[in-house]
Design a binder for this molecule. Sequence first.
Ligand SMILES: [Zn+2]
Ligand SMILES: [Zn+2]
Length: 1251
Amino acid sequence: MTSDGQSGGVLMEEFLKHFKDLSRVDERWLCDVFEGVRQQLYPLISPSLSLSVVQLTLAVLSKIQRSVSSDDTSLPLSYRFVSLSELKREQRTACCSSLSWSSAHYREQARRAEQALPNHRALPRDNLLLIGYLCDGRDVGASDGVWRVRDAGESVPCEMLKSSPLWLGRLMLFPTWNYIPQNAPVRGETTAGYLELIGSPVCVTPEPMTFDPGGSLSEVMSVKKAAELLKQRCDVQVQVCVSGQVSVVCPLLVISGKSFFCLILSEGGSSVPVLITEVKHQYWQRCVCVGQSVCISALRVCSLRGWAGHPVLSVTRQSRLHPHVQPQENSEDTDTHAVMDIQTHTPDTHLSSGVASSSAPSVRRKHSTLISYKGVITKILNAEVGLYEIDKKVWLCLAYQPAQKWGGGLRPGAEIQLHNVHFLFRPSPFAADVVLCACLRTSVQIITFSCLSSKVEASGSHSPLQCHLLEKNLGVSQFLWLSYCHNAVKERLCPRWVRPERVCVVTGRLLDCVCDAEQKTHTKRDIYTEMLQEPHKCPITTYCVCWPCVVLWSVKQVSDWMISEVWASLSLSSLLPPAAAHMTSVELNAALSWSVHTVPLAEAVSDPVLLVGILELDSTRATLQLRDQTHTLDCVCVQTDQSGARTSDINTAWLGCLVCVRRCTLVMERFMKTDFPSWKNTDQLSYITHKHCRVYLQLCVNDLIIISPSASMSIRLTVVSSESTERRANQDDSGETFNRRETAKRRREDDGDDDDVSDAPTSKRPLTPCVSVLFRLESKQGVTFRNCSVSGDTHTLQLAFVVRATCLGDVQSWSSDPKNCRIRERERDGARTTMEMHFTDVCVRWFPVLNPGTVYRLIALNTEDVSVLKAESVSVRGGVKLLSSPTLLMLPQWRIHTLTEQLPDTQAADVPSLMTVSEVLHSSSTLDIISFYGVISQRITLQQDKATKPSIPSVTAAKDGNTERDLKVRLTVQDCESAGQIIQVYVDLSCGPYTPGLIAGATVLLHHFQRKVSRVCNVYCRSLPISCVTVTGLGPVNSRLVGCQSCPPMMLLGEWASGRTQQCVVAEVKGHVVCVLSLRLQWTCSLCGSVFKQSSCSRTHPACDSNSAVFQAEAKVVLEDGSAEAQVWFSSDTISDLLMLDAAQWEGLQRHVRVKGLVRVYIRGRNMMCDVDPDDCLVQYLCCLCSSNTVCRQIHLTCRQRTHKTGKSHLRKVCRGLTEFISRFTPALQLHCTHIHTHTHTHCNTHSHTQ
Ligand SMILES: [Zn+2]
Ligand SMILES: [Zn+2]
């Protein structure tokens, strides 16, 4: 035992002598208290008090006993003395402790609080004795105005509801308090936590002295007088004592290390600002509140540098704060009338007060009003930026104030009083209707601490978002949007693509995307004006109403919207062509089996929408995708190059870029298996047996805004910007280039390091040895399932494709990854060789970014072995050496980078130039594997032939279940320049991953297709396993416009037939119907296609029990236009127009035909006749009609050539009136009428039928 211990023992005995009849428990408890006082408190008390340890402990004990609610004199044995260091060290969860509460009181209070906010639990109760000194932080070297409780070992910050300067430096017993530990320690403090002191502390030691006023109170000056004094700008030497009511308490500010705060004293109509700059008076900030009357002594007049021309009162070292000079202590009650009730507040008064003043007329600005408000915090929306919910309906924004340390007691359940807070109505669609926003003039005061436990995030310094707000001088509306955006980015992109500390930078750039700099920037904040000037003016005085209102959709949201829209927008009748009424069941169901619905992003919802995501490649679909953490969506991307032409040449630098999509088209393809017996049943959806959809985006990369470039994009932008600087002498700079240059510049400014977004995980290491080779892609084959050997003899179907490429030089080694940097001289040394590159499995992902004619750099990382990139020509199979080009098998870890530099000597000589549709149609070459381009004008799903080859068990089918089996389509592809040239292309989509984007209006490149000529000499194309379709241009969003844009040319029949010019496939003709060669009207069984008589099908072997039939008709006429004659076929949907029958007549005719099932009349000599029943009145009528002038008339048609067969020209006799003459005719052109124009209409834009 030490001497101290021994003396402690002696003192203890002396202490215990004061008690009689102690039980052992009592004695131990008293010993604990004594030890606590002796160790933690006694060393701190002033020697001037001349108290012994025993006296002090007895004083403490008497205060404890007096504070305990019960009257009996027994010791409060359930309470335990706690030192602050123990509290900080041991107390990991929040707790409360009270000497005065009964258990029933605590339980009732907890129950009520939990009922009000059911998501929170009440603070658990702990019986602890807390005794310590109250100090203002100077004792522990801080001048932050924060009060602290201190004992010999430790000090803990505290919040108080009400504090008096008289308490400072006194030893206090705290009867009731909450302790809130911090989850994460605040920077600079080992452990963190703070006390919420409920109820006034009890002073333990006797008062050492009477209060020193520090100046004579007899010279107290009123506010009115003081205001006059300031106006006179009199001698600044005078020190005055001013008394008045506090009307404004500003938050404590720390500017360049100096802390200060302001308050305004008012009386009547006068007010004086008081500046508290003295460190020793900073704690006053916690002692004064709005409405309180105070007297401050020893004030002097001074002028502020930051607020020139406005003298203020400033405290001196001698100043004292006298809180209760006048008996107006009950300040809160006197003030409550000023508290506004939000519920009774009518928003209209605010709506009308604002006058639009901004340059942008769409953005409405309003003035906010200053109010007082009292409410309960119900939710912490974002502690980091100071957003809270009050009373479950109002938002409180504290972002414009200095950050609250330790959350400032602003926890759910706490009751707060706000003074001089701005009332804003609907500042943002992403906040509550009413937002209370605090500025530097606002005081936030806690009236009741919350008795609920809640997670408290450590703060105390400005969050990056708040810094952004302060730097950019954003308005409230923009800040609320920023906060919304911050949450969205954090949720969807962080941490996978955006590091937590970069979220704010990304958010700031997104804000730049949605508002113009001009609309965003406010005047700079002037703190003195904001705090002191009357009338009040600050950044929150005016605000924008609900702006910006741009909604950020996650990829999942857009995908979900599309999936619901795709079926909501389904209208079967609108999908059907005009001829639907004449279609048999098979034709009808085929027509319904595929359809597409497109919506521009901007039209998807009424609010403007942005998509934010990362562009990445997908290996299972061989597509480019837009991704975030919620979902992925396929994208069909095109690019507009410098000449304005659209290409699919997407630079690899886009991969890994965080982009913002403002403009794109949402494409929804529907696939349905239906069983409709006829078009009349299309309202019965039960005939749909299966349906699924494919949704994807179509976008042009030029429309994308780069929010965070990939490492390669940064390199590219730097190259682009340096090139453009060189070239820019006279050229005018396009906005897009500017945008990119800015992005590149900004990127370099605010990113010391690289790759917040990057595809290459190794890119962080500064030195990565690697080897590379330059190659130019010559041709690319389509992605198909191929039999690949995995290991030994095991073979599986894998996605694969092959490209042919020219190596532009030898393999080079590098000390660090060159990515897509400029081409070095040495890279182009060496012989050029051709090779085949094989891409299998995950390497298939490179498919969308590889384009013929483009130069790429292939990189193998982490190796110095140049041989890995050497193509080998040893494809030996069974001892036979194949005569093929050397082959390089792409490995998953290799990278490919697009190089955009022009290499003068590597112009794509070997790349076969693409043919146009006209060239394909009229080619005389025997080449049957061709590549061409055109615009899709129609897509038809081909009927599945069930008997054909068994389908490949597709790998992707297993993965997404949606894949259409055996999907074969016929695309009608039109020449880009000449609308009359069309070709049918048969594409088998089942042998690889689905190709999105094959919709009407899209420009496509068709590589390696087989050109075929049909028996009737029509040219068509079909896909081969090596074929590859690439979408290079996106059509107009509204597919109905497509037909209009591609108006076929007007042709003379003679010209068309001669074949002198390149023959059109589709053209408009005007001519005279010479005669009807034949007309066939038939009711067809819609199931089997046999003739349908009356109400039954005529098929007998086997019998058909169908009860639905469709009316079909076909006519063949001779048309003549003076230059030549043509035979023109008309089908069901055009015949009523040809015969000039109105709807009723046409209906009647169909009814009559139903009796016989089939009527056919044809020309024999000059008369029409029929083989059966020539005397039937229907036959008579038809014969008569066909030879009448009604039918044989001048007519204007759009026709498609039926056959390209040509024959010899021949002589024929022609009659005109009474004259007969002989003329030489080229063989009759065989045409099919697709549309009859009215005789008055010649313009192609008016597509109305003659009905
Ligand atoms: Zn303000
Ligand atoms: Zn039938």
